[in-house]
Ligand binder design. Sequence first.
Ligand SMILES: Cc1cc2nc3c(=O)[nH]c(=O)nc-3n(C[C@H](O)[C@H](O)[C@H](O)COP(=O)(O)O)c2cc1C
Length: 183
Amino acid sequence: MARILLLFVHPFPHRSRVSRALLEGVCDLPGVEVVDLYEQYPDFHIDIKAEQRRILDADLLVVQHPFYWYSAPALFKQWQDRVLEYGFAFGGEGGALRGKDWLSVVTTGQGSDAYRADGHNGHSVAELLFPFACSAHHCGMNYLEPIVVYGASRLSDEQLAGWVERYRQRLADYRPGRGQGDG
Ligand SMILES: Cc1cc2nc3c(=O)[nH]c(=O)nc-3n(C[C@H](O)[C@H](O)[C@H](O)COP(=O)(O)O)c2cc1C
């Protein structure tokens, strides 16, 4: 069975409609371990060794978050800075994450038309997630095609249910070692 570590990164989950529904839709899948980063580390003092053990035990790292200023909420940056350290994730005796997969799952406030070359932002979400793709690559991980749920606040209940089902299916179908984009 594939082992999936799902980092849920949302500072206000009680105010969330979409991220919470997505999480609730996948958290009971076999092999999925959910870590609610803001619940676990409200003071940003991450237990580095515990988090490194968690990711070592996983085949797939899922990073689920709302898009905040074209990136992830701040605690995920802290997680990266502390957990993906030199000598563990890369460099020296590093490389512990080589061959593992990374899947970003992002919800946005703005609609998909804002993320086109001729739209408000001028770039796609996939392009704006480039630092995460580079981080995965730097650690020897396979960066899978992200899931992007656009226009979160305008989604109908039916559309949201469709996204929950697609997310659940993507994780249920996941098999380690298939490489780029096959998630
Ligand atoms: C601090 C902050 C920054 C945000 N930055 C962006 C952004 O850069 N692009 C965007 O499309 N939405 C942005 N949003 C909107 C959130 O992405 C959106 O509210 C969220 O994805 C909705 O999901 P939720 O219901 O699970 O919270 C931002 C929201 C907040 C609070």
